[in-house]
Design a protein around this ligand. Structure first.
Ligand SMILES: Cc1ncc(COP(=O)(O)O)c(C=O)c1O
Length: 401
């Protein structure tokens, strides 16, 4: 018997590849030919994982600490995460609500797996982090991608959510700060959204993976108790709010594949059963390492690096405007600039490819972030030293003239 290769699951027809990967492939080819390539396309910090985290991992290896952990994670790490929320965001959660996962990606898989079934819709913003749509599709849910623009800081608002509500909307997914725009949902708007979804009896999933990387305001957690008198919200009940976070970005541990989610008690059993079956557990070495992520010496380094990211943003933002890109909302967090290039090109994909070929500068075309005018946008990351960003700006200048 021969199995026909067209017998893949129907979901494979709707799960898109990352288009930037073909660009990255070409960039690597050019590098092998000896070209000097500046990579502003990949969404990960350029800094190495801080030393105390590395040392904690090496110590675990020396001790032979390599067996599975409990599926929801080491209790000491779950407690450390809960303590971090208490100390930094005044959020009171119990360690049992913290689920350690293989990255925010693992958390998103658990949550969509636990909540979304065939016919359930998840509302999210377009542009947005592309994998989110694919998680929903992977569990046969319906993606409700809402086109957003500068008028709402490229984010969903309570008003937009209410206007687009469908009977089958089961959850709303928000990333703040967002990828690719770096914009934040203001705290009072977040409270309105929480209030609306309580009323609708739907879940709010808040992806706070870039939480620590904010440059103008203090970071906050959507679970933070709100001022209910101030903006007229009706209750502080947040048992429909799920937080996703990760050690990848602020803690600079992308390759360690470790993150977490904070779930209401009633979802714990489902998350545990899914985690047991899908992952068994998050890598032990990464969990041992992450225990050192909250040490004062680590946080001090991370805060210094946050300041460097801020300086890079403040360097790159006006330069891109001078070059003719439009960035209607100055990014407040993460390390991305989502630039409207419509006065420079009518096809951002060709623009990105030509830029790479002619100047060796790699950036991401808008097509990777959704269907909302992708041809008019490109994303640049500022995960490089200012001296490299200066060269990138020179290459752009040269390309555009
Ligand atoms: C908004 C957002 N969420 C989730 C992820 C997944 O992160 P990880 O699985 O590395 O924690 C990313 C990665 O770029 C992201 O940008």
């Amino acid at each position: 018997m021969t199995i026909a290769f067209n017998q893949l699951a129907p979901r494979m027809e709707v799960i898109q590849p990352f288009h930037v990967m073909s660009l990255l492939g070409r960039a690597k080819e050019l590098e092998q030919q000896g070209r000097d390539i500046i990579h502003l396309e990949v969404g990960e910090p350029d800094f190495a994982t801080p030393p105390a985290i590395l040392e904690a991992a090496m110590q675990a290896l020396r001790l032979g600490d390599t067996q599975y952990t409990p599926s929801l994670g080491l209790m000491s790490l779950r407690q450390a995460v809960a303590d971090f929320y208490q100390q930094h965001f005044s959020v009171n959660i119990s360690a049992s609500q913290v689920v350690i996962t293989p990255g925010a990606s693992g958390a998103l898989l658990l949550i969509t797996g636990a909540l979304i079934g065939r016919g359930d819709a998840v509302m999210l913003a377009d542009p947005g982090y592309p994998c989110n749509q694919n998680f929903v599709r992977f569990v046969d849910g319906e993606v409700q991608a809402i086109a957003v623009d500068e008028s709402s800081q490229y984010q969903l608002t309570a008003e937009i959510i209410a206007k687009n509500w469908q009977e089958n909307t089961k959850a709303v997914l928000i990333a703040s700060p967002a990828n690719p725009t770096g914009t934040i949902v203001a705290e009072d708007e977040m409270l309105k959204i929480i209030d609306l979804l309580r009323e609708k009896q739907a879940y709010l999933i808040v992806d706070e993976i870039y939480q620590g990387l904010v440059y103008d305001n203090e970071p906050y957690c959507a679970l933070k108790p709100g001022d209910i008198t101030n903006i007229g919200v009706q209750s502080n009940d947040k048992s429909h709010v799920i937080i996703v976070n990760s050690f990848s970005k602020y803690f600079q541990m992308t390759g360690w594949r470790i993150g977490w989610c904070i779930v209401p008690e009633h979802l714990l059993d489902s998350c545990e059963r899914l985690s047991q079956n899908l992952f068994l557990a998050t890598p032990t070495l990464s969990q041992k390492a992450a225990l050192a992520a909250f040490l004062p010496e680590t946080l001090e380094i991370l805060e210094q690096r946050r300041e460097l990211f801020k300086q890079r943003r403040d360097y790159l933002y006006p330069k891109l405007l001078d070059l003719g890109f439009k960035i209607p909302v100055k990014p407040q967090g993460a390390f991305y600039m989502y630039c409207d290039c419509s006065t420079l090109t009518d096809n951002s994909m060709t623009f990105a490819h030509d830029l790479l070929e002619q100047t060796g500068l790699a950036i991401t075309p808008g097509i990777d972030f959704g269907q909302n005018k992708p041809q008019s946008y490109v994303r640049l990351t500022y995960t490089k030293d200012i001296s490299v960003l200066e060269q990138a700006v020179q290459r752009l200048e040269q390309f555009l003239t």
